[in-house]
Design a protein around this ligand. Structure first.
Ligand SMILES: NC(=O)c1ccc[n+]([C@@H]2O[C@H](COP(=O)([O-])OP(=O)(O)OC[C@H]3O[C@@H](n4cnc5c(N)ncnc54)[C@H](O)[C@@H]3O)[C@@H](O)[C@H]2O)c1
Length: 328
């Protein structure tokens, strides 16, 4: 059994908690959250802060507000635990650097919660791109067009920039884009907040350039209830109904691929020929569970983190630039 602590029992922490409790190889030895301290949750003792616990745990899952990630990660590493910290890795690049330094100094690992890397559809897309079936990717277009319910923004930390769709949602897209196409070399964009008029990002358009010379556009908005966005298209979240629609179109020198429907178009040499479409079927899995299983392997020394703090820092760097470009 791998013994885990969990800090934070909000929106995402609750899901981690249930997956740990249900898993036959994981044991939840304590829960830390000032909002629920001194109550027992599902037979597990709760604590007000990480300072209060002297528990024997192999690792900790940090599902706390973003501005606590760096300090809690460093504290946990110094207490001798491996850390699975939610995305974004930290609120700033300086904080991320301190986390990388603490991990190197203590020898304990940091895995960052970019759980889409564990999604079978993401892994199949990486395989298709690498197989050359669409040739060399030259351009792509991604949509993230979801409407969040107004109550979502009633939590204090979500009222400002940290609650906007760039740091909350596009950060996952940027992480998977890096897995698909390599590093981002430039970011330009524009944004508006005409619907909610809140002091944070709402809608915007971005152009990303990649080291390979590929160009990708993103349109995003958290004020429109369309079927087009990763969560809706894949059904990865139990709270967001699955629409099975494509939200990204990838164009290569030999054809195209729609994501996440995996509709693969190829066979045409130019526009006078009609491409044919085939669709891949991929078995389903719950990425948050796969990520916990990967964390257990990292703890046992059998694997290196798929997304470590250094990789997540690169994603954060792109996200901070997108935030700057698209701030209304
Ligand atoms: N991977 C994902 O898909 C995903 C989804 C949502 C949120 N997140 C990330 O997870 C983090 C939490 O987001 P959320 O929406 O669950 O937030 P939330 O506000 O719903 O919950 C945060 C919880 O942390 C607790 N908390 C605050 N400070 C603490 C501390 N020092 N120690 C222990 N507990 C503390 C709060 O009481 C609260 O219960 C954010 O960084 C967010 O970006 C990731």
């Amino acid at each position: 059994m791998v013994k885990l602590l969990l800090a934070g029992t909000g929106l995402i922490g609750h899901r981690h908690m249930q997956h740990i409790l249900d898993h036959p190889s994981l044991q939840l030895v304590g829960i830390i959250d000032p909002a629920v301290a001194d109550k027992e949750i599902k037979g597990v003792k709760t604590y007000k802060s990480l300072d209060d616990t002297q528990l024997d745990a192999d690792g900790i899952v940090l599902a706390t507000p973003t501005d606590t990630h760096a300090s809690l990660t460093i504290q946990a590493l110094e207490k001798g635990m491996h850390v699975l910290v939610e995305k974004p890795v930290a609120a700033s690049l300086d904080e991320a650097d301190k986390m990388i330094e603490a991990s190197e100094k203590t020898g304990f690992k940091v895995l960052v919660g970019h759980h889409r890397r564990h999604h079978p559809l993401v892994n199949e897309t990486i395989k298709i791109i690498k197989s050359g079936k669409i040739g060399k990717p030259v351009a792509a277009s991604l949509m993230w067009l979801m409407r969040k319910q107004d109550e979502y923004f009633e939590v204090d930390w979500r009222k400002g920039i940290d609650g906007g769709p760039v740091k909350q949602n596009l950060i996952h897209d940027v992480d998977t884009l890096r897995a698909f196409f390599g590093e981002v070399t430039s970011v330009v964009g524009t944004g508006t907040n005409v619907i909610r008029k809140a002091p944070r990002h709402e809608s915007g358009g971005i152009v990303l350039s990649f080291e390979t010379g590929m160009i990708l556009t993103i349109v995003f908005s958290d004020a429109t209830p369309t079927p087009w966005g990763f969560e809706a298209g894949t059904g990865e979240s139990p709270y967001i109904p699955k629409t099975n629609q494509s939200s990204m179109f990838i164009a290569g020198t030999e054809g195209g691929l729609e994501f996440p429907t995996l509709r693969l178009w190829n066979g045409a040499r130019h526009w006078n020929e009609k491409p044919s479409m085939t669709q891949q079927n991929v078995s389903e899995a719950i990425p948050l569970i796969k990520q916990l299983e990967h964390f257990a392997e990292v703890i046992k020394g059998n694997a290196a983190p798929i997304v470590d703090a250094r990789s997540a820092r690169e994603t954060l760097k792109v996200i901070l630039k997108i935030e700057q470009e698209t701030m209304p």
